[in-house]
Write a protein that binds this ligand. Sequence first.
Ligand SMILES: Nc1ncnc2c1ncn2[C@@H]1O[C@H](COP(=O)(O)OP(=O)(O)OP(=O)(O)O)[C@@H](O)[C@H]1O
Length: 255
Amino acid sequence: MKRPILEVRDLCMRFGGLLAVNGVKLNVYERQVVSIIGPNGAGKTTVFNCLTGFYEPSWGEILLDGEPIHGLPGHRIARKGIVRTFQNVRLFKDMTAVENLLVAQHRHLNTHFLAGLFKTPAFRHSEQDAMALAAHWLEQVELSAVANRPAGTLAYGQQRRLEIARCMMTRPRILMLDEPAAGLNPRETEQLKALIALLRDTHGVTVLLIEHDMKLVMSISDRIVVINQGCPLAEGRPDEIRSNPAVIKAYLGES
Ligand SMILES: Nc1ncnc2c1ncn2[C@@H]1O[C@H](COP(=O)(O)OP(=O)(O)OP(=O)(O)O)[C@@H](O)[C@H]1O
């Protein structure tokens, strides 16, 4: 069987006396949507923060394609193709939708100072490529019509999709979405679900999802990992998780 693109072994994160993450493991295969669920305070966002280098784990291993990445700074992990969105929308609200995408593309541009100053052919080409990529992603997330509107004036669901497009500008291998459906209406949630499926099925992206919307989680996930009070509780297909008594007791039974 193929090796997982992302392997997490015995991940632990301690904050003083609190063991917020305690022995979490993950095997994420390419082109899968894997959801991490659990009650409030279970440790889901802390796992994301460890995976993206925002926190250095207290213990455990994180392997990307078999190569250890735990302890690397966030920018190095991002360069290896792991990018994320946050629970709260983090766009440049006064910049237009397309400008928000071009900012993300900046590190791929030929940005040598003199090349930019004299607008060399290489610089102009990379600018054109960035614009073409931005146009492509605006179309994929159905925002072409609002490309020149300030991001802050877009509907909330549009802002969420713009954030995902911004991540996609960096050509990630693993896209991590932290509660992307929070605050969305049912129509916007359906659009989000279709977008996640498109990213996996058409663009070959692997998606890690933290989400409280169980309808979305159950319908889009290939695998689900349940954590409770920092500890792994269950792992499996949506139908297995739905009928797992421990999960129902710890989590689904709450709602
Ligand atoms: N930087 C920190 N310092 C101290 N404690 C923290 C820190 N970050 C998180 N915690 C604690 O770790 C535990 C897990 O928090 P975390 O945000 O990872 O949970 P979560 O599952 O993402 O919750 P939610 O679903 O509410 O977003 C909580 O008890 C939280 O208070």
